[in-house]
Structure formats: C-alpha cells, structure tokens
Design a protein around this ligand. Structure first.
Ligand SMILES: [Zn+2]
Length: 102
C-alpha cells in the first residue's frame, strides 16, 4: 500500500469517526450509552491505529549498547534488530520500519 493512500485513508477514517462521535454527542445520555455507534467509533479507532502502523518510521538508535548496536521501535519502545526476520516491521507491535539512512 503506498503511503499517500494510507494517509488519505487515515484522514477519511478520522472524519468518519468524528461524524459518528458528533452524532453520539447529540443523543440523550441513555440512548448514547446503548447506541451501536459506540462500536463504530471503536472500530474506526482500531482501523486508524492499524493504518498508522503502515506508515514507516525510523527506528531509534540506542547508544551505549555493550555488545552490539541496537534499536528501539518508536511506537512500542521494544528492542529491535535490523537482522530480525521481520525487519520491515517491528516484530512486537507490527509498526512498519524505515531503515534507510538519511
Ligand atoms: Zn514496535
């Protein structure tokens, strides 16, 4: 999936989440609690979170490793290595990683 499409999808998902949210806010409290719209808002949040992981971020280099250099995933803070099998993604949280130098 290319990054532009992911960003557009995130943007649209956020708009839809906001629409459902404002509908929810306009309901009387008791109706609001039981509304199916709550599930939609949760679903949008989960989808947005998953999509955001598709946007590659650079791992943070941790200085001071004794035996080897190591990196940290900026999303979950776990230790990751460039040699890991799932190197394009953090094996702990699924965050897409960008290992390019810049
Ligand atoms: Zn991670």
């Amino acid at each position: 999936m290319d990054e532009k499409k992911v960003r557009e999808a995130i943007e649209r998902m956020c708009k839809m989440r906001d629409m459902y949210n404002s509908t929810l806010c306009s309901l009387p409290p008791k109706t609001r609690e039981k509304s199916e719209y709550n599930n939609y808002v949760d679903t949008f949040l989960a989808a947005i979170e998953a999509l955001e992981k598709q946007l590659a971020i650079k791992p943070k280099e941790v200085v001071g490793g004794i035996y080897r250099e190591f990196y940290e995933c900026k999303n979950c803070g776990s230790e990751i290595e460039p040699l890991d099998i799932y190197e394009d993604y953090c094996k702990w949280c699924g965050q897409r990683l960008d290992w390019t130098e810049s």
